[in-house]
Design a protein around this ligand. Structure first.
Ligand SMILES: [Zn+2]
Length: 339
């Protein structure tokens, strides 16, 4: 396997949370600027607070890493800067198309309106696209633990910005205590509006959430779907309907959804004809780039060049964007591969 091909291929990032992907130097700078009271007085020790370094002990530890980002992401200026820098970092990582997701309701603690939050992100995307060789799109997340009416609000918001860079709506958060059907009315609305739907499901052991997300919520892509292997019918469903899985291995290792790069079912899914894509989930929290995800996967599961090509190509074919963008990226991928 020629790793240069991975490095230069036009990769897509379909599952990337903005608050989990804040550039760490910026985060530290903003913490000081906002006068937040933290123990860590230098960047090195601060990294430990916001990144998983080495083994992650629990989901609680993982979720704790989001506390600081969400505290500083409460002004237009900060949100816009963080978004633009994510586009820059992603473009350096060889990503040519990124869908950035976030939950607008987590960014209104200091008085921003939901519209202001979305517009701050879109402004950052626009500036980033101008300066870096990357296309940026946005996905708005509903949160499972919030009220069903909050999800309706986010669906309305998605619809309002659907021609302005927002391409889909998502449901994220605690899968154990809040099943998909709690939010079915909101996602029925989304369907009626003709919005793209992707849902976090089967990330933490409840494989049936994958089926519910497709059948009840109308998901056309699934976030993670790690546990599909527990039920052959679900694997078959994913294959027959060619529902893309947004797989994020390092994040799955951190949250104990899988043990290691070696044990993740991604290769099994690929071999069975499922449409698997590879993503980072949280670049900063999981301390990973997309290129590293590919390297680690290829090394640990002995992927062939053809396997790697399929995963990159699946990513391109699964974007919530036009066929012309897919075609352009596919042509570039073929060129890199045949070089
Ligand atoms: Zn996620």
């Amino acid at each position: 396997m020629d790793f240069n091909k991975i490095k230069h291929a036009p990769k897509t990032e379909l599952h990337c949370h903005l608050d989990g992907s804040v550039r760490v130097e910026t985060l530290f700078e903003l913490v000081l600027k906002e006068g937040l009271d933290i123990e860590e007085k230098d960047l090195d020790s601060f990294q430990e607070r916001v990144k998983i370094k080495g083994d992650c002990d629990s989901l609680k530890e993982y979720l704790n890493k989001f506390v600081i980002p969400s505290m500083v992401m409460q002004t237009r200026e900060n949100i816009k800067r963080i978004t633009k820098e994510l586009l820059e970092d992603a473009s350096k990582d060889g990503i040519r198309y990124i869908e950035i997701r976030f939950a607008p309701l987590l960014h209104v603690n200091k008085g921003l309106s939901l519209e202001e939050v979305v517009e701050a992100v879109l402004d950052g995307v626009k500036e980033g696209e101008k300066e870096f060789n990357i296309i940026g799109r946005v996905i708005l997340c509903c949160m499972r633990h919030m009220e069903p009416k909050d999800s309706k609000t986010i669906v309305e918001l998605t619809n309002k910005y659907k021609d302005k860079g927002v391409v889909a709506v998502d449901l994220a958060g605690n899968e154990e205590d809040f099943p998909p059907e709690l939010h079915k009315e909101a996602f029925h609305m989304a369907k009626e509006y003709g919005l793209n739907i992707t849902i976090h499901a089967g990330e933490t052991g409840i494989e049936n959430n994958i089926v519910k997300s497709i059948d009840i919520l109308g998901a056309s892509r699934i976030g993670h779907g790690v546990y599909a292997y527990k039920n052959e019918n679900i694997v078959n469903l994913l294959r027959e309907r060619q529902i893309p899985l947004e797989i994020c291995i390092k994040s799955n290792i951190d949250t104990k959804a899988t043990e290691s790069y070696k044990t993740h079912p991604i290769k099994e899914y690929l071999d069975k004809g499922l449409k698997v894509t590879l993503n980072t989930d949280n670049r900063t929290v999981s301390d990973i780039s997309l290129t590293e995800e590919y390297y680690n996967l290829i090394e640990n599961q002995h992927l062939s060049e053809e396997d790697a090509y399929s995963i990159i190509k699946n990513g391109i074919n699964s974007i919530f964007e036009s066929d012309s963008i897919k075609h352009k990226l596919s042509t570039e991928l073929r060129e890199v591969w045949d070089r």
